[in-house]
Design a protein around this ligand. Structure first.
Ligand SMILES: *Cc1c(COP(=O)(O)O)cnc(C)c1O
Length: 382
């Protein structure tokens, strides 16, 4: 019998040793407290506050509900400027809040929102900006926040890809400081989905710089718990966005391994970069020197447009290697938005989406497999 080659998918969920999770779920069994801000929920919240370096944080059932409820918390009306180069969640969260997305093009070098194109899109109806730290590349917050301030707009980051990243900033006294990316803007959303660098099976959070938006803690809690604030007191028309104890326990287990996982991801990402740099037909996105990366994704741009990219994707798939066309298509090309938007209005995003592939990255991916993937890529890219 011929040996079946093992398939390599774009990612693989990171899990703790089973016994570590078993010990915590045994406690849940014994207490019979399964959800509603139990012991593990509260422990995870505090652990993440310090791990992310964010003064304000609230946990959610998933990243998408975190973003929907963050937008709702600010009681926005009208238009929200965002990027079409993102996961469906970002645009849907805006639309599902009764707001109108206005698509701003991205920068070619790092695929984040192009702040130089922001002001032309601001109207009297603009309420907020929702940029995305794509692949963990941190947006130009300096420029975005300056424009937002001038026009009285909120900035809510989709930081789903940026878990645990820090950015160097100058303190007022001139010294350099490392800041958690979840302190940027008015609020940030993180996703703890199974496929992300840090997972709670499903889960998410909203973080913010506490002093600036003190009301968020109260508002987000009400939004995620039906507005119930006491045994006989319902103060607000909220929904249900709570994280349960099984998910919180998974998060507590996974946090203990996060640093070693990120180190392993780094080795994989560096191997790709070393092997593929200088290979004609393949380009990388820029990574900022002042950002400590979590190595969540390994995007490469295949020169030669969508036909070439799809051919490379097809060739790798035949060999049992499954990268992802992430993000393709752009949000303004989705079927559900097709009568309202035109992807040609954001040409850079369209071009990047038609030549991008994200290559397999996860902590357990053996480096010889990375070498094999690179050789196959080199074979078919020209
Ligand atoms: C994963 C992701 C989300 C949604 O998070 P979920 O936890 O899956 O709901 C939103 N935006 C981006 C950019 C993502 O990658």
């Amino acid at each position: 019998m011929q040996e079946q080659k093992k398939q390599i998918l774009v990612t693989q969920a990171s899990l703790p040793p089973f016994e570590e999770y078993e010990a915590l779920i045994r406690e849940i069994w014994e207490s019979r407290w399964l959800t509603n801000m139990g012991k593990f929920h509260e422990e995870l919240k505090e652990a993440l506050r310090s791990c992310l370096g964010v003064p304000g944080i609230e946990l959610f059932v998933n990243g998408h509900m975190a973003l929907e409820m963050a937008l709702q918390a600010f009681e926005l009306k009208g238009e929200v400027i965002t990027t079409p180069f993102t996961f469906a969640s970002t645009t849907h969260a805006i639309v599902r809040n009764g707001l109108k997305p206005v698509f701003c093009d991205i920068r070619e070098d790092d695929a984040t929102l192009d702040a130089d194109k922001l002001e032309a899109l601001i109207t009297k109806d603009t309420a907020a900006i929702v940029p995305v730290h794509v692949y963990g590349n941190i947006c130009d917050d300096g420029k975005i926040s300056r424009i937002a301030k001038e026009h009285g707009l909120k900035v809510i980051y989709d930081a789903a890809h940026a878990f645990g990243e820090t950015i160097k900033q100058q303190a007022p006294d001139g010294t350099e400081q490392e800041k958690g990316v979840g302190t940027l803007g008015d609020a940030s959303m993180f996703s703890f989905h199974a496929t992300k660098v840090f997972n709670t099976i499903e889960g998410g959070a909203v973080s913010w710089n506490a002093g600036k938006n003190e009301f968020l803690s109260d508002r987000l809690y009400k939004l995620k718990n039906f507005g119930i604030m006491g045994k006989e007191s319902v103060e607000f028309v909220g929904g249900n966005g709570k994280m349960n104890e099984f998910c919180a326990a998974m998060g507590l287990c996974n946090l203990k391994h996060l640093q070693s996982w990120i180190r392993a991801r780094k080795a994989v990402a560096e191997r790709y970069r070393n092997n593929l740099s200088g290979v004609p037909g393949i380009r990388f996105l820029r990574m900022r020197e002042d950002v400590k990366s979590n190595y969540a994704y390994m995007p490469v741009l295949i020169e030669g447009g969508i036909k070439k990219r799809d051919a490379v994707y097809g060739y790798l798939s035949e060999q049992g290697i499954f990268p992802r066309k992430y993000f393709y298509p752009c949000a303004n090309a989705y079927d559900c938005y097709k009568d309202r938007y035109d992807a040609n209005e954001t040409p850079v995003a369209k071009t990047v989406s038609e030549c991008v592939l994200t290559l397999p990255v996860y902590p357990e991916l053996p480096l010889p497999e990375v070498d094999r993937i690179c050789s196959l890529l080199e074979e078919c890219v020209l």
